[in-house]
Design a protein around this ligand. Sequence first.
Ligand SMILES: Nc1ncnc2c1ncn2[C@@H]1O[C@H](COP(=O)(O)OP(=O)(O)OP(=O)(O)O)[C@@H](O)[C@H]1O
Length: 362
Amino acid sequence: MSKLTVEHLTRRFGAQTAVNDVSFEVQDGEFLTLLGPSGCGKTTMLSAIAGLDAPTSGRILIDGEPIFDAAQRCNLPPERRQVGMVFQSYALWPHMKVRDNVAFPLRMRGIAAAEREEKIRWALGLVEMEPYIDRYPHELSGGQQQRVALARAVVYGPRLMLLDEPLSNLDAKLRLRARGWLKELQEKLRITTIYVTHDQTEALVLSDRIAVMQGGRIEQLASPVELYEQPQSPFIADFVGHSNLLDGIVQEAEARRAKIRFGQHLLAVEKILKPNKGSAAAIAVRPENVILHQGQPNGSGGGNYIPGKILQRDFLGARYLYLVETSGGIVRAEVSERFEKGAVTLELPAHACVAFARDAAA
Ligand SMILES: Nc1ncnc2c1ncn2[C@@H]1O[C@H](COP(=O)(O)OP(=O)(O)OP(=O)(O)O)[C@@H](O)[C@H]1O
């Protein structure tokens, strides 16, 4: 277990800046996820930590010791960083049995046969793959192969674990189960872990903290709950939880509340970030926080009732997703009740609405 420090890391590929002056720390035993859309720099960051790619500038330290320092021309090769890696493709050696795949990092480190066997069984036991020790990779399912890849990554006691979309080749059902045993493994071992994904649910379920990346930068680094409840930008509000982003104009603004004109209506908003009176604002409100009423509403939505018309209803299983047309634009609502197409009243509870300055939404 170790602490990782990344300082002012930049990676340019010609004119393209894949990682742009990024700094963060991962604490001992912490599970940190890099989350973001395709091309935001997640894999470039992971490759830099693994030692598979040399950044343009900045420093990377494990427990205070530099493993990469551009200014000092320090760049430890991957095998000397003691970092376990699992990538998207299972990358087991097809001609080697499970035992030999897991033995490989131990052989590289000159571990004697008896100790090797003990460690192999320990690592395979962790991921419940011991019974498969004499099989070849092609005799295993995708999920089982990925578990062996994990066992191989942890078998020699790495200081850090780097996981790049390790579940993305699995089908949806298996992915859900795989999430469970990945979390269990982390709870047993408490290895400092960096996990890369563009799947927000996976990030919310697994992580102690999440760094949301966009355009080579970290836009917000916070716990899953904080990220969900206190997004610092419209991008975060939309990327983590798919918020409605409603265009409005700020009418009144105080530190933590505001009134915002949305279409023909004035909406009270309890959380407000940056917008000033008269400026354009984006109101973020999650579809699951929107309430629908047919007939006269009886709730207390802080006056945030707007008439609308259901244009579309999609059945999602436990809930319905409605597209509701209002004078300010379309609002998405996710509720369990079934409504018919036509007139409704939307309730947008003030405490569930976050307003941002519209320029921050670009
Ligand atoms: N070897 C390279 N040469 C040139 N450009 C590169 C190289 N590697 C990455 N890039 C660019 O850097 C940016 C970041 O790429 P990166 O692979 O880190 O993104 P990512 O967030 O991991 O994306 P994905 O989720 O699609 O894997 C992209 O615009 C990519 O095209």
